[in-house]
Unconditional design. Structure first.
Length: 356
């Protein structure tokens, strides 16, 4: 029997799992005030910075991040995340006052180790000095589809060699950690062979993905981190594509228990699985509540809703309403949701203890 008290306790823990985007750059904005209320009540555990929040310069951004952190409950430090990969996937623009720029992963890998180490050090410090504590990087997808897709075409991959991808990915991880931030490997189980773009629609990896090639950088880095820092949490972001060979029943790998929860057991490591943005075009065919429920059941510990398009100021409240309805069904699925949320809450607490 799932009581009302259990449902409320579960919803309170669920807040730690939500990483959300927002509109605005200062406190005179209604959307900023709304997100501050969500932070203060524990309804969201983190915020995702996009260019729309950063474009008025470092001073204003640093102040905004500080105010957000001050709103967070004392026992729930706020995650402040950004996609700081470099190249085209960056949020800090030179014209907005952010002087230190990072080239694409492909160009970074072509630099000498000494030069890339130096650049990574100052770039990551630029992020951490602003108050950012989670850089959603590196991309450790292997370059395969060079002329198409959203990886090779945009130079987001370090190399066509899995071992080189792992080497440079680990180098970037070290720079992120030395700056006092957490990292995130992406996009599991490897998106480099994808010829489409999951920002725009669903893609299919079934006939192009290779375990030996595409999963190898993830395996190598997880093994290396586990060897050097046993039991340290390893954040890994999932991909939205379909792969009928890995899970014929999953409409997206983000919703695949085999690909997520199953892999956590195979790695035998403290892995924190992070969904790729659940607002991306690949998942347009799913209702909001279905996205939330499927992502939790598959084993995702952190759910990202960037709201980079079709912004809805009531989005967070709607997420909670849909989850509460699923829990109130008092069925086997509701029981599994409670189990998953409790597990994810504990992983997030450990993740924060490891990095913040």
């Amino acid at each position: 029997m799932i009581t009302t008290e259990i449902i409320q306790q579960t919803l309170a823990k669920f807040g730690a799992m939500l990483l959300v985007g927002f509109l605005g750059t200062d406190h005179g904005n209604n959307d900023i005030r709304r997100i501050e209320d969500h932070i203060g009540s524990g309804k969201v555990g983190g915020v995702l910075l996009l260019h729309r929040n950063i474009q008025e310069g470092p001073k204003k951004l640093k102040n905004l991040i500080h105010q957000f952190k001050m709103k967070a409950p004392a026992d729930r430090p706020l995650l402040v995340a950004i996609d700081g990969e470099g190249g085209v996937v960056k949020r800090l623009m030179k014209e907005d006052g952010y002087d230190i720029q990072l080239p694409s992963a492909k160009k970074l890998a072509q630099m000498s180790t000494a030069d890339s180490d130096k650049l990574l050090q100052v770039y990551m410090k630029q992020l951490s000095d602003l108050g950012i504590n989670w850089n959603l990087a590196p991309v450790v997808d292997v370059e395969v589809a060079t002329e198409t897709g959203c990886i090779g075409r945009l130079e987001r991959s370090f190399s066509k060699s899995p071992k080189k991808v792992a080497y440079h990915g680990y180098q970037l991880i070290q720079a992120i950690q030395e700056a006092g931030m957490a990292f995130c490997l992406k996009h599991w189980p490897g998106l480099g062979a994808d010829v489409g773009d999951t920002h725009k629609g669903m893609t299919n990896l079934t006939n192009v993905w290779s375990r030996e090639r595409d999963a190898e950088p993830f395996n190598l880095i997880v093994k290396e981190i586990s060897k050097n820092r046993p039991n340290k949490t390893i954040p890994v972001m999932t991909a939205h594509s379909v792969h009928e060979g890995l899970d014929s029943g999953a409409p997206s790998l983000t919703f695949s228990e085999q690909v997520i929860e199953g892999q956590r057991k195979k790695w035998q490591a403290e892995v924190l699985f992070v969904s790729d943005d659940l607002d991306m075009g690949a998942l347009d065919g799913f209702e909001l509540g279905e996205k939330v429920v499927r992502a939790i059941l598959a084993g995702n510990d952190v759910l990202i809703f960037s709201q980079y398009r079709n912004y809805d100021p009531e989005k967070v409240d709607k997420i909670y309403q849909s989850l509460q309805q699923a829990l109130e069904k008092n069925d086997k699925q509701a029981e599994m949701l409670i189990k998953r949320i409790n597990e994810s809450f504990n992983r997030i607490e450990k993740f924060k203890a490891d990095y913040l």
